[in-house]
Design a binder for this molecule. Structure first.
Ligand code: DX5
Ligand code: ZN
Length: 216
């Protein structure tokens, strides 16, 4: 299991150092939550801020766009150094066009589904994406409780990816920690996002290795 600490739970007055700290703690991906106050009720940061912190780690920058019009901002996030960009199928941008735009910049593309959106809604795009992100909380805030009833969606996606012999990884995001990461792994999650579980731990390095251990 790969672990992607969500920087949403970091100390933003030291954003760069926090990224460095996660890098040294063994994070596989840096999960960056971009919120516009419109698609979700919270506002975080945009591409200019990300550009400044990019230099603090060479790890994969996994950018989760919770914004109404992702297509308008793809170039900005690619220029800022994104390695993977995921956007919501519930957003206003055309999924196929947005995926194509991301891939034209040689960046990996992924679709995200909110808790009420069925797994099947992304099936028609599975041959075009590198990742599907299954939300295990309503997007907008860190520190919420994990929704175990999202795991059947992970299983359905995994089965469909296997059936079609596709090369798509599954990420899960929201409320993931020591108490549920084994269930995530069993369902087929390849990358687990963890905000609170890593940042509120006394020792993030131990927290990350414990999560990996539990997922084996
Ligand atoms: C929620 C974000 C998540 C969140 C994860 O909208 O997409 O990445 O910050 O944080 P925890 O692990 O605390 O739920
Ligand atoms: Zn996220």
């Amino acid at each position: 299991m790969l672990i992607a600490p969500s920087l949403l739970s970091c100390d933003f007055s030291r954003f760069g150092d926090e990224i460095k700290r996660m890098d040294e703690a063994g994070a596989d991906y840096m999960h960056l939550d971009v919120m516009d106050g419109h698609f979700v009720p919270n506002i975080t940061f945009g591409a200019p801020v990300m550009k400044y912190v990019r230099k603090f780690s060479d790890k994969v920058f996994d950018v989760h766009l919770m914004i109404s019009e992702p297509l308008r901002y793809i170039d900005d996030f690619c220029d800022a150094g994104a390695d993977i960009i995921t956007f919501h199928i519930e957003s206003d941008s055309d999924p196929a066009e947005t995926i194509e735009k991301i891939k034209s910049r040689n960046v990996k593309a992924g679709l995200v589904i909110k808790p009420k959106t069925p797994a099947e809604s992304v099936f028609e795009y599975l041959d075009k994406v590198d990742m599907v992100l299954v939300m295990t909380v309503e997007p907008g805030f860190g520190g919420q409780s994990f929704m175990a009833d999202m795991l059947p969606k992970v299983e359905a996606l995994k089965a469909e990816i296997k059936r079609r012999h596709l090369d798509v990884i599954i990420e899960a995001d929201g409320g993931i920690g020591a108490g549920n990461i084994a269930d995530c792994a069993r369902a087929g999650v390849d990358v687990a996002v963890a905000g609170t579980a890593v940042f509120k731990a006394e020792n993030p390095k131990e927290a990350i290795s414990q999560l990996k251990q539990l997922a084996m």
